[in-house]
Write a protein that binds this ligand. Structure first.
Ligand SMILES: [Zn+2]
Length: 437
């Protein structure tokens, strides 16, 4: 078959298997796999994926993180998580000598949240071309697309010359990423990796870094009957919130735009939560003695968490005269998660080849030129590949909406196109063995 005929065969196969593809993504959504540090409930999802891979003909590896030598000693390992009954899974297809490709996704999701959902968060319902549910977009849809793409090429008997691996790791959300690190230390490397995080069908060759910190405030409480000098931890926390917003403007103003984020928003400083005072009684007439404020700060690649915090403290000390309560009530700041490093995929002749393939096959399935590679507006576990393994990784996943929020949904039209895109990439990257006769 000529290459164009393969594209047509892929297109027709995906068209004929739309229902099966939607059912697969919905099935993944219906298996709750919520990460709630230090634990996570990925095991049922992982068993499902392992069985699916097995039935599709993969050689499957399912293992516990605790059984991966060197994991806990690795400098990028984040301590404090529990990995009992949380296995990683991978499956390998074909075993040719040609180039290999690894799809690496995370099995876990964030929890369903407190907001009301229009459709049940673990129902996997389809409405108006969208599949709804926690993880539909981030990132069970992308995982299902990789699975269907492999199934497509197997069904078509495509003589793939290299190897394709599909990996489902635990504990990516909430600053995790130990699951991805475990996969690398387990020895699963490839010539290229695709992380199916929701990229809205764009090719991200880099991703932002970010971390969550907690600032705690200790004031002097009371009601001041005897003229003591009191310090409100709430006032301090509110001043700190204002200072963080000013820091955001200041930082944004002096930061040069990274070329991969041209025309995009700059890395953010985001206030996440604020608590102060004794929340156990509704009526309070004393100054709050304690307060805490959680915040998220992002950066471009090549910035460490220590550097982010040092920049914040330098700003804090320079601005203190504008914040009288903060001057009396200096916060303690500690990280709540590991700093998720930003990273950029290695660029050399091999990865340029891959990008050319991704662009040309993208144009075929999108019916329009693919957007040039750019940086993602989110942090993820890509740095475990780009900084700590031999496998360069980019991000390419479906369109959708409301990641981590109520009514998370996967755009099914993009999902079907993504299945084709992945299949086309596998074909061109891993190559095809000339069929004799
Ligand atoms: Zn994700």
């Amino acid at each position: 078959m000529e290459r164009d005929q393969w594209s047509e065969a892929i297109r027709r196969w995906v068209e004929a298997h739309r229902e099966e593809a939607v059912e697969l993504a919905a099935s993944l959504v219906r298996i709750p796999s919520v990460n709630h540090p230090p634990h996570g409930d990925e095991v049922d999802m992982q068993r499902f994926v392992a069985q699916w891979l097995q039935e599709a003909g993969a050689s499957v590896d399912m293992y516990l993180l605790d059984d991966v030598p060197g994991l806990k000693e690795h400098p990028a390992y984040m301590a404090g998580r529990e990995y009992k009954n949380r296995p990683n899974v991978s499956g390998s297809f074909w075993d040719g000598e040609g180039p290999s490709l690894l799809f690496s996704g995370h099995a876990d999701t964030v929890y369903e949240g407190h907001e009301a959902w229009t459709y049940p968060p673990f129902g996997g319902e389809v409405h108006d071309g969208y599949l709804y549910g926690r993880g539909a977009y981030d990132m069970k849809g992308g995982m299902a697309a990789a699975m269907m793409a492999v199934k497509c090429l197997l069904s078509l008997n495509a003589p793939i010359a290299g190897m394709v691996h599909i990996e489902s790791v635990v504990d990516e959300e909430h600053g995790g990423a130990n699951g991805s690190l475990a996969g690398r230390l387990r020895g699963l490397e490839a010539d290229m990796a695709i992380i199916p995080e929701p990229s809205n069908m764009r090719i991200y060759t880099a991703h932002l870094g970010g971390g969550i910190w907690k600032a705690t405030f200790e004031g002097k409480s009371g009601i001041g009957f005897s003229g003591e000098e009191l310090v409100s931890a709430l006032d301090a926390a509110v001043e700190f919130a204002a200072m963080l917003k000013a820091f955001r403007e200041y930082r944004c103003g002096r930061m040069a735009v990274h070329p991969l984020w041209e025309g995009k928003r700059k890395p953010e400083v985001t206030l996440l939560s604020l608590h102060a005072g004794d929340g156990s009684r509704e009526l309070q007439e004393k100054l709050p003695a304690t307060g805490e404020l959680n915040f998220w700060i992002e950066s471009y690649p090549d910035v460490s968490g220590e550097e982010v915090l040092a920049e914040l403290w330098a700003y804090f000390d320079a601005q203190l005269l504008h914040y009288p309560t903060l001057a009396q009530c200096r916060p303690q700041i500690k990280p709540l998660i590991r700093y998720l490093s930003g990273s950029e995929m290695r660029r050399d002749s091999r990865t340029e080849d891959f990008l050319r393939i991704a662009a040309s096959t993208g144009e075929r399935v999108l019916d329009a030129p693919a957007a040039p590679p750019q940086g993602s507006p989110f942090a993820c576990d890509g740095f475990m590949f780009n900084l700590y393994s031999h496998t360069p990784a980019l991000i390419l996943g479906p369109s959708g909406a409301n990641a981590h929020a109520a009514d998370e949904c996967l755009d099914l039209e993009s999902y079907h196109r993504l299945i084709r895109w992945y299949a086309e990439i596998m074909m061109d990257w891993c190559g095809m063995t000339p069929v004799k006769g």
